[in-house]
Design a binder for this molecule. Structure first.
Ligand code: ATP
Ligand code: MG
Length: 265
């Protein structure tokens, strides 16, 4: 019997080329600066952030309180404008969009998850999830079917008629995850999604985000203090005082995760 063996070097190069081809940039920031004017005082929240975020990756942004994480999110999410620099989503310069195009981008391309869930209190879980679909022009039947499907995927199919106050914090955040995915966005932005949750519920939300990232291929960008997030992240961007300090890859993180364990900062 003859065995055919491939030259390992050639195979590795091939794989590497394949991986390079798959790496598509979905968000690119170029020297993004943000200065808040507080009367006489200028607050330099971002001091020139250059970052490329790839389609399908799970990226965590970590850094101390006040380091500019939420400010960066607002820029990437088209919720606020940089004082200087550019933000490109799918290679489109966000600053060039008119109000209508910006609203379209926020509705279709980006899903938002916040620390305090931000569900609409008078609406049921299903209505919260389907609201962005209605904005996007789906019929009520289409949005109901899609909303029920998404609620099923986040494990809340049975709770569709509950209002936020009838749900636990973790369940509310699951509804927020489903809502963020309503219009099949390219990017989900999650700002401290586990900060108001206990250890176990926080872990469940992180695992849910990771599984949505894997099954939908959606890019997840999460700002967090939560070290549990390290184990699911493809890359971690460390920010400090409005600047990127360093970027760590998954391989480097595995070592750190073992050392840090489940602690939170
Ligand atoms: N609207 C605003 N007006 C003035 N200053 C602001 C505003 N928003 C944020 N800042 C300031 O910008 C800096 C960065 O704030 P940011 O909220 O981005 O930090 P963060 O990293 O998200 O912190 P945390 O971990 O506490 O959420 C801080 O010094 C903050 O006080
Ligand atoms: Mg913040």
């Amino acid at each position: 019997m003859t065995e055919t063996t491939k030259a390992p070097a050639a195979a590795t190069a091939e794989e590497r080329n394949g991986a390079e081809e798959e790496k598509r940039t979905v968000v690119r920031t170029q020297q993004v600066k943000k200065v808040y004017q507080m009367g006489e005082i200028e607050v330099h929240a971002l001091r020139g952030v250059d970052l490329e975020i790839y389609a399908g990756e799970y990226l965590s942004i970590m850094g101390p309180s006040g380091s500019g994480k939420s400010t960066f999110f607002n820029m990437v999410g088209g919720l606020d404008k940089p004082t200087e620099g550019k933000v490109y989503i799918d290679e489109v310069d966000v600053a060039q969009l008119d109000a209508y195009e910006l609203a379209w981008l926020r509705c279709r391309k980006i899903g938002y998850i916040f620390q305090s869930f931000n569900l609409i209190p008078v609406m049921t879980a299903l209505e919260n999830v389907t609201l962005p679909m209605v904005f996007a022009g789906l019929t009520s039947d289409e949005s109901r079917d899609k909303g029920m499907d998404l609620l099923g995927k986040v494990g809340l199919g049975e709770r569709h008629s509950h209002k936020p106050f009838e749900l636990s914090g973790g369940q509310q955040q699951r509804v927020a995850v489903a809502r963020a995915l309503a219009n099949d966005p390219a990017v989900v932005l999650a700002d401290e999604p586990t900060a108001n949750l206990d250890l176990r519920t926080g872990t469940e939300i992180i695992e849910l985000l990771r599984s949505m990232n894997e099954s939908f291929g959606v890019t997840v960008i999460s700002a967090t203090h939560d070290h549990k997030m390290l184990s699911v992240s493809d890359r971690v961007v460390r920010v400090s005082d409005g600047q990127v300090e360093r970027i760590q890859l998954r391989e480097d993180l595995e070592i750190e995760t073992v050392a840090v364990g489940d602690e939170e900062t």
